[in-house]
Design a protein around this ligand. Structure first.
Ligand code: NAD
Length: 456
């Protein structure tokens, strides 16, 4: 498989891919090795993750450059992702032992009865990952899965393969056995072949379309399946905010990672009283973003990682314009080598346009004026997705009232495009099933076993 730099179309590397036969062999190795890994103390498994963190720090700049080369993420943002990963690892290192400890839920001396819950690993799990934040979305799964005693068959996205191979190499260097964490390399067909193995759990991050196929297969297999899917994150700006501050924050939320985040701000509703001022400030802010070589320290907007996404962006913009949207900035592909789309801002948009209801996953945004909070809430919920949603307002009560009525896994007041390791990360509707992160996102890689113990 050729690994292509999306910034200029050059081939960076050529990697061998897995076949159904090699996948079967990898599955067998993982199945064989998992009980030994689970039998080790949790302290030893945590130690390996601590060493993995040290490896990450040691190789940091090489990893950041690889990520930028294969995904096109601007280099500063690649470094940010690696830095953020350290914080996530700290959370897992600090919380796993306590979270996975056996619990006594009844100790009754009169009946000489004890009831306990232990947290058993699932066994061999498949971790199928997306490319847009490969360190984050991968580690949300493989780190707690390994700590809990599972073996992991990890399929990085075909667009972040070199990063995936670095991850495998670092885990092995850190002491995770070669047969306990195994990379499976290739595209969606390889992912499909991996899921034909009798794994005990599937942890998938990617698009709704792929997730729906995986859910159908998992149903037949009766295995655990968690799906972290797309979003169409709405942000509502109330009439009481400082317009420039809100505009700058939301522009960053919409265009960071070149708009290729599941929790990007994907649509904005602005109270009509401040709409025009907000749009002016927003466009002025986006104009300051430097577009170009992602290896350049000053670059903020890089290429689109997947070439096919250019057509999606173009289609959404063209349709919106045809239906009456006003183009304030950008609006088309940039004609140069690689995959480039100009940062695009559209106003006078409505929900008849795919731009406002379907995931864009790129540097384009629609801004719609609304009459009041009720109208904003109705529009925020008018999509198949439900990953994130936010409100900007100086009034906490007002923000809480609005957010309580919005259907989303994560809600934000005066912030956006944010993930915390301490909070569960989940979606509703087409944004997914299950969760990662938080202590729930550690336990999710285990099954609770019930112990009824009566002293004889
Ligand atoms: P994708 O669905 O195209 O691919 C995701 C992974 O699935 C890749 O590894 C791919 O090779 C594999 N795959 C494809 N077809 C498969 C099949 N039939 N069986 C098994 N595996 C298969 O998604 P993508 O382009 O890599 O990622 C972008 C999407 O991911 C966006 O929708 C984004 O919002 C979403 N995402 C969600 C989260 C979250 O936490 N909710 C995080 C990051 C990205």
């Amino acid at each position: 498989m050729k690994i292509v730099n999306p910034a200029n179309g050059s081939v960076i590397s050529d990697v061998p891919i897995d076949t159904p036969k090699s996948i079967r062999a990898k599955y067998d190795r993982a199945r064989g090795a998992q009980p030994r890994w689970a039998a080790q103390s949790i302290r030893k498994r945590i130690d390996a993750i601590r060493k993995f963190k040290e490896e990450l720090a040691r190789r940091g700049e090489t990893l950041a450059r690889t990520l930028t080369q294969e995904v096109g993420k601007p280099i500063r943002q690649s470094r940010n992702e690696l830095k953020g990963l350290e914080t996530r690892l700290d959370f897992f290192l600090a919380e796993s032992t306590r979270t996975l400890r056996d619990e006594t839920v009844l100790a009754d001396p009169a009946q000489r009865l004890e009831e306990r819950i232990s947290h058993e690993p699932l066994g061999v799990v498949a971790n199928i990952s997306a490319w847009n934040y490969p360190y984050f979305v991968g580690s949300n799964v493989f780190v707690p899965a390994l700590i809990a005693g599972n073996a992991v068959l990890y399929k990085p996205s075909e667009y972040a393969t070199l990063t995936g191979l670095h991850i495998a190499d670092m885990l092995h260097a850190a002491g995770v056995p070669d047969d306990v964490f195994i990379a499976v390399v290739g595209d969606g067909s390889v992912g499909g072949a991996l899921l034909r193995q009798p794994v005990d759990g599937v942890f998938f991050t990617g698009s709704y379309g792929t997730g729906a196929k995986i859910a159908a297969g998992a149903g037949r297999r009766m295995g655990k399946a968690q799906l972290a899917l797309g979003g169409k994150g709405p942000l509502y700006v109330c009439d009481d905010v400082d317009v420039r501050t809100a505009a700058a924050a939301l522009a960053d939320g919409a265009f960071y990672n070149t708009g290729q985040s599941c929790c990007s701000v994907e649509r904005i509703y602005v109270h009509q009283a401040i709409h025009d001022a907000f749009v002016d400030a927003f466009v002025a802010e986006v104009k300051t973003y430097k577009i170009g070589d992602p290896m350049d320290e000053k670059t903020y907007i890089g290429p689109i990682t997947r070439h096919a996404q250019l057509a999606v962006l173009k289609r959404q913009v063209t349709e919106a314009k045809r239906k009456g949207a006003r183009l304030m900035l950008g609006g088309d592909v940039i004609q140069r080598k690689g995959n480039w789309f100009a940062p695009t801002v559209l106003t006078n948009v409505d929900h008849s346009m795919a731009l406002m209801r379907e995931e864009s996953f790129g540097p384009i945004i629609g801004i719609q004026a609304v009459a009041d909070d009720d109208a904003a809430i109705e529009l925020m919920n008018d999509t198949e997705y439900g990953l994130t949603a936010g409100v900007y307002s100086v009034d906490e009560k007002r923000a809480r009232r609005i957010l309580a009525r919005v259907d989303a896994g994560s809600v934000y007041w005066n912030c956006c495009d944010r993930v915390s390791p301490r909070l569960p990360w989940s979606g509703v509707k087409h944004s997914g099933i299950g969760l990662t992160l938080s202590t729930y996102g550690i336990q999710t890689f285990t099954r609770p076993k019930a112990w009824h113990l009566r002293a004889g």
